[in-house]
Design a protein around this ligand. Sequence first.
Ligand SMILES: [Zn+2]
Length: 307
Amino acid sequence: MSNPTGLFRRRAAWLMTTALIGALGLSAAGEAANPVGKPRRPTRRAAPVRKAAPARPKPRIVVIDPGHGGPDPGTIGLSGHYEKFVAISAAREMARQLTATGRYKAVLTRGGDSYVALRDRVARARSAKAELFVSVHADAHPDHMTRGASVYTLSEAASDREAAALAAKENKADIVSGVDFRGKAPEVTSILIDLSQRETINQSRTFAGMLLESLGKKGVGLLARSHRYAGFAVLTAPDTPAVLLEMGYLSNRYDERLLLQRSHQQRLASALVEAADRFFASRPATPASPPPSRPASPATPAAPKKA
Ligand SMILES: [Zn+2]
């Protein structure tokens, strides 16, 4: 009885040893000989190296659109100054100040005294991947006492008859080169609103409020109802918050003089930078980026001043 038991024990020991060696051998050779075999924890070990978040947030793209240009002078002031020149002069200062912060990349829709159709201005803003669009104009009024800046945002219904008339006048710019954009503007506007572009419009309104506050703080005279609504063709990019700034009235002697002054253009530009800083502070560029640095400005801006 002892013999079979001893044999069984030896065989069992031998089997266990070979099994152990086999198991060890298999595990050692398995990875080399069978690279497509089931790896144990492949995904964790092969995790891609994470790129460090950029030290600086990407500059935000602000498109500045100087109104009119080329054969379209825009409004002609009391002393004969053309809106198109006032607009580009102010727009260049705005672009300069935005770029100087390092936080913005400013793009102008026209660089010189050239004609750019309204729809092309919108297209240029979109191809530049604009995150904010500011069209820059100066107004005129039959009453030469009327003065002050105002900011318009897109709306199907104009805030009043004057706003509607102004939109019609600014939209007329495309007729100069034979392209009639008048008929298309309301249609485009209504499509945009139908397509639930409410969020963009809401953002535009938020920015308009911030810009008006900053202009007031910088001492720029404002119209009584300074935030207005109208169907401007140039404000119809569906995904870009956009405002139209009427910097003042060339039909008013005081405003006309101010708009030609470099110091006043600098004031307008610094108000834009401040408003853009506030606007983008709550809109991080990318989730991984650190928030853009804020300017050392008071947290509570003053209420807009009346002109
Ligand atoms: Zn204009």
